[in-house]
Write a protein of this length. Structure first.
Ligand code: UDP
Length: 335
């Protein structure tokens, strides 16, 4: 018995890596993505459907047609800064559409669900490393919508028997080691791809957002996790649900903080390229330190990172960026 998995947001950065790991293990994969951000060429196999996860009729049809029995839900808007100025957009796309989607799924008989969640549910850390028992007081709308979805899942579990795993990602980075999929956002806001662009000469400089944080070198510490390690965690979560495991929430990070300066230096070292780095003010909503405890997922699901070193993450990112300097081809209408 094999699971047939519907992946929303499967054309996005993390989603495309999840799809690839599922395909490696011969799952039947149906990707549902509206291509508002994703790339058709990032989906390396399975069935691709362009559409909205909030389209209940479409979702019901897909579940029936492909005998879907598990869902990985990554479709969402995910920019912290934008979420603060466009709460309406985040509440509609992440929350309203998320609830429509969940409701269509339970009506169609789906009872296994993986939610792509985020470290942003915690807000300003009260202690570090952050474990899953840490209080959840999001300080941005993005984190707020993800936390609300987690809570709704809990109610749906009680009422409808839906079992779920929520994966709270820390900083996803890197690219699949085979080199055919990677990170391509427009506009790009994430640190590692921005530095890659600078190293490729596609951007004249990068700016460090804040150098007076209470950290050893004054720049923010983040927990970078390789996107393929993240993707494998989704497989383990699906297998656990398939085996009858109870619902759970897991952090996903490498349990180590790297400063912005350390990342810049590591990119210089790995790529051999030099580029201009300037120091700028804080970016709103950025906590000084975000480092995960991933003990729970290691113990419960036997998850182990394969690319835990920052250099591995940067090397795989560089392999993709340097071989795809223009990113993915633009989506063609009608595909
Ligand atoms: N950052 C930076 N300059 C940039 C982009 C990001 O200094 O041009 C910092 C940012 O303040 C944060 C870290 O890099 O401390 C990671 O930011 P990113 O946007 O990649 O991920 P986030 O932590 O927001 O999920």
């Amino acid at each position: 018995f094999m699971m047939n998995v519907l992946v929303t947001g499967g054309a996005g950065y993390i989603g495309s890596h999840v799809v690839k790991e599922l395909l490696k293990r011969d799952y039947l994969v149906v990707t549902l993505d509206n291509l508002s951000k994703g790339h058709r060429d990032a989906v390396t196999g399975g069935v691709f459907v362009q559409g909205d996860c909030g389209d209940s009729v479409l979702v019901g049809e897909l579940v029936k047609q492909y005998r879907i029995n598990a869902v990985v839900h990554l479709a969402a808007d995910s920019l912290v800064g934008e979420s603060m100025t466009r709460p309406d957009k985040y509440c509609r796309n992440n929350l309203s559409n998320g609830v429509e989607f969940l409701t269509a799924l339970v009506q169609a008989g789906v009872r296994q669900f993986i939610l792509s969640s985020t470290a942003a549910v915690y807000g300003e850390p009260e202690y570090t490393p952050i474990d899953e028992a840490h209080t959840t007081r999001p300080i941005n709308v993005y984190g707020g919508t993800k936390l609300m979805l987690e809570q709704i899942l809990n109610w749906y579990e009680q009422a409808f028997g839906l079992r779920y795993v929520a994966l709270r990602y820390f900083n996803a980075a890197g690219a699949d080691p085979e080199g055919n999929i990677g990170e391509d956002h427009d506009p790009e806001t994430h640190l590692i791809p921005l530095i890659m662009q600078a190293a490729l000469g596609k951007r004249d400089k990068i700016t460090i957002y804040g150098t007076d944080y209470p950290t050893p070198d004054g720049t923010c510490l983040r927990d970078y996790i390789h996107v393929s390690d993240l993707a494998v965690a989704h497989i383990l979560a699906l297998q656990a649900l398939e085996a009858g495991a109870a619902s759970a929430v897991y952090n996903l990070g490498n349990e180590r903080g790297h400063s912005v300066r350390e990342v810049v230096d590591a990119v210089r070292r790995v790529t051999g390229q030099d580029f201009t780095v300037e120091e700028g003010p804080h970016r709103e909503g950025d906590p000084a330190v975000l480092v995960a405890s991933s003990r729970k997922i290691k113990e419960c699901l036997n998850w182990q990172p394969r690319y835990g070193e920052l250099e591995d993450i940067i090397r795989t990112a560089w392999a993709w960026h340097s071989s795809h300097p223009g990113g993915y081809p633009k989506n063609k209408p009608g595909r």
